[in-house]
Every structure is written in C-alpha cells, then in structure tokens.
Design a protein around this ligand. Sequence first.
Ligand SMILES: *[C@@H]1O[C@H](CO)[C@@H](O)[C@H](O)[C@H]1NC(C)=O
Ligand SMILES: *[C@@H]1O[C@H](CO)[C@@H](O)[C@H](O)[C@H]1NC(C)=O
Ligand SMILES: *[C@@H]1O[C@H](CO)[C@@H](O)[C@H](O)[C@H]1NC(C)=O
Length: 200
Amino acid sequence: MEDYTTSYHALTILLTLLFLSNFHTSLASTSSTTTEKYKTYIKTACNSTTYPKECNNALLPFASKIKANPQKLCNTGLSISIKAAKNCSSTISKLSKNKGFTHSEVAIIKDCIENIKDSIDELKQSLNEMGHLGRSNVKAQIYDIKTWVSAALTDENTCTDGFDGMNVSKTVKNTIRKSILTVATPTSNALSLINSLHSY
Ligand SMILES: *[C@@H]1O[C@H](CO)[C@@H](O)[C@H](O)[C@H]1NC(C)=O
Ligand SMILES: *[C@@H]1O[C@H](CO)[C@@H](O)[C@H](O)[C@H]1NC(C)=O
Ligand SMILES: *[C@@H]1O[C@H](CO)[C@@H](O)[C@H](O)[C@H]1NC(C)=O
C-alpha cells in the first residue's frame, strides 16, 4: 500500500512537471509568434514608405508597444522624428558657435535653426492631434496632421535648398546636409505611414 502511494505520488509529480513544462513551452512559443506577427506588421507598413530599411530599423525595436495598431505605429514614427529633429537642432546650434563664417553662412545657419524649430512645433502638434483622434471629425483631423507633417518635411528640406550660388564652405554644407538627412528620413517615413491611415 505504501509502495503504491509512493509511486502514485511520484507519478502525479512527474505528470505535473510534464504538464508545467509543456505549458511553459506553449506560452513561450505563443509570445514569440505574437512578436513575429507584430514585426511582420511593421515590415509590411514600412514597405510602402520612402526609406523602408530606415523605417524598419527605427520601428522594429518598438514592435511590442506598437502591436498591430496603425495609430500607435504613426505615433511612434512621429516621436522618433521629433527626437531626430531635436538632435538635428542641437547639431546645427553647435555649428553656429564656430567663428569665421561668411555672411551667407551666418544667414543660412540662422534660417536653418528657425526652420528646424518650426518643424519640431509641427511634429509635436501632429503627435498631439494623433492622441485626440475622434474628438472631432477624424477625417479633418488626419488631413490637418498630414498637412503639418508635410510642412515639417518642407521646413527641414529648406535648410539645404539655400546653398546654390551662395558662398558656403564644404564643412557647413556637409554638416547641414548630413544632419538634415537624419531628420528628413524619419519625417518622410512618418508622413508615408500617416498617408496609409486609410481606415480613418
Ligand atoms: C515589400 O514589397 C515588395 C514589392 O512590392 C514585396 O515583394 C515584399 O514581399 C514586401 N515585403 C513585405 C515585408 O511586405
Ligand atoms: C567666400 O568666403 C571665403 C571665406 O570667408 C572668402 O575667402 C572668399 O573671398 C569668399 N568668396 C566670395 C566670392 O565671396
Ligand atoms: C544625431 O545627430 C548626429 C549628427 O548629425 C547623427 O550622427 C546621429 O545619427 C543623430 N542621432 C539621431 C538619433 O538622429
């Protein structure tokens, strides 16, 4: 009898362990399948942007936060653009501290800092409106957001439009071009993602 009880207990424990380990495995595989699904969602959305590779690199780390939610996808894209615009602003402000610029260079750098500031405002306004979708006419809200992000992109690109025929050194040109690229790329991608908000 005692032998039977002991082996019965042993069997119960063994079965419980087997059950738990199976349960664990199935949980783990469920969550990794879900993450893969979210990543595929982002890759598909990024595929229709101007810079798919950069879009994937920027957004995939946020897959578990974005899930498969188009609104969260756009919000994340906008937040990344705002961060990039602040970074760009600080790079160009640092550049402006240097000495010995020509009058053209001083004017171009000053205008560029203004343009990036406007672009940050427009991106922030867009992100804020994304957070209030449905408060009024959603179609009109999305239209406004598209207009602001598009204006932000124009402002960023204006920084590099003013070089032609001006006495601007290679260093100034390259610094501005390079740092504008770091913000115009995510902004252009955010605009594409927002343009794909068909269902709203
Ligand atoms: C991206 O688009 C290309 C061409 O349209 C297609 O072949 C590819 O499967 C797409 N990739 C994803 C992840 O959607
Ligand atoms: C352009 O700027 C450089 C550096 O300040 C100066 O030496 C040169 O004379 C300027 N050229 C013109 C055409 O103004
Ligand atoms: C910040 O700016 C620097 C200089 O332009 C650039 O190399 C870097 O990639 C930027 N970082 C981000 C997150 O945009």
